[in-house]
Design a protein around this ligand. Structure first.
Ligand code: DP6
Length: 356
């Protein structure tokens, strides 16, 4: 490469904002190189997001990946090591430029670090989009088209499975499933066009029951599924539930949506409780809030439901048209169970945005 081209490439600097997502049918169990044991589907969120900037920062003369990584403007050794390892694992196959240039990366989250919200889905999808964008700017690919997002989803998946779904707005399915056209274990697909309008503006208020770091990571949880005696029944169940949920999503069938979503959240936590060693990530507050949501629904007939990710925090899901009734309920009945009264009001969103 001539020096002048190398120098102009060093001006390349890109930025993407990418949201978190909340799974309705959960990915829980993986094998091989980040491949899911069952297909999963999620709502893409709007407010909870990561903003990542990546710039080429001079030529890399060593054969090792070299990055200067900052999180919210500050050096962070744990993240640096994790990202260097990740980039080394994908460089030769997917992004040869990573061995030619040093990289400057800065990332930040819209949600507070101590909120207990996992940032791997938003962070890894934002990073994957930046890497694909650099490849585009370097001229190796021609357009930011479907293939661009498909590659971003695949790269995000290699970083963290659930991140594959954050590349698309509204809703995405990751994992091969007979009822989802073009679905794949390698990357997620956009299913927004097959979703009834009621779900496109769904509310998702995140009740922060605890801001503590989880005692068992999701990655360790996935591995524990390998010895779980219910594993194979679980994978069949997840794929069956996804079939039924897809019909409910298309028809705007809130009751079926709610039943499957809640059953999935409880199954996820039940699987943790019957792993060996067993563990519990729900807290007393999580259970109290779940019972209050069920009682409120029974009393008012308002379609408000819950889900949980692999932690104690509870996501409250309801159609936007019921916000005026649900908000006061959350405020008076559920907020007292939240750590420092913390609630992140979020909703289904349009997906990642290019910010530089
Ligand atoms: C419970 O995607 O965080 O949120 O692939 O090991 O990074 P790794 O795991 P991760 O697992 C997410 C698990 C979940 C369910 C889901 O998002 O589908």
């Amino acid at each position: 490469m001539s020096n002048s081209i190398a120098q102009s490439n060093n001006q390349i600097h890109v930025g993407w904002e990418s949201p978190s997502n909340i799974a309705l049918v959960k990915y829980w169990g993986k094998y091989g190189r980040q491949l899911p044991r069952n297909a999963s589907v999620s709502f893409t969120l709007n407010t909870a997001a990561s903003r990542t900037f990546v710039g080429l920062d001079g030529n890399n003369v060593s054969s090792q990946i070299e990055i200067d990584f900052t999180f919210e403007g500050k050096q962070n050794d744990t993240f640096t090591t994790r990202i260097e390892k990740f980039l080394s694992s994908i460089a030769d196959e997917y992004f040869p430029f990573l061995r030619e240039y040093k990289l400057k990366i800065d990332s930040s989250n819209s949600f507070p670090h101590s909120s207990g919200i996992a940032s791997s889905a938003s962070g890894m999808s934002a990073l994957a989009l930046c890497l694909c964008d650099i490849e585009y700017q370097l001229g190796s690919i021609q357009e930011r088209d479907d293939a661009f997002f498909q590659k971003a989803s695949l790269i995000a998946r290699l970083g963290s499975g659930s991140a594959s779904r954050s590349v698309y707005g509204t809703m995405a399915v990751w994992g091969q499933h007979p009822n989802v056209l073009a679905s794949s274990d390698e990357y997620a697909v956009d299913i927004a066009a097959n979703v009834h309008p009621v779900f496109r503006t769904f509310r998702n208020d995140i009740l922060i029951i605890s801001a503590k770091e989880k005692s068992v990571s999701s990655t360790a949880g996935h591995h524990l599924m390998e010895g779980n005696p219910f594993a194979s029944a679980r994978y069949t169940q997840a794929n069956d539930r996804l079939s039924s949920l897809l019909v409910a999503l298309a028809n705007g069938d809130l009751a079926t949506f709610g039943k499957i979503t809640e059953d999935e959240a409880l199954t996820l936590h039940a699987l943790m409780m019957c792993s060996d060693p067993s563990y519990i990530l729900m807290e007393e507050g999580s259970l109290s809030v779940i019972n209050k949501i069920k009682a409120f629904r029974k009393q008012t007939n308002i379609p408000v439901y819950f889900t949980l990710d692999a932690g104690p925090n509870v996501h409250v899901l309801y159609p936007s048209e019921f916000e005026a009734q649900v908000s006061p309920f959350i405020h008076s009945e559920l907020k007292p169970y939240c750590h420092e009264g913390k609630i992140i009001k979020d909703s289904v969103g349009p997906g990642p945005k290019k910010i530089l």
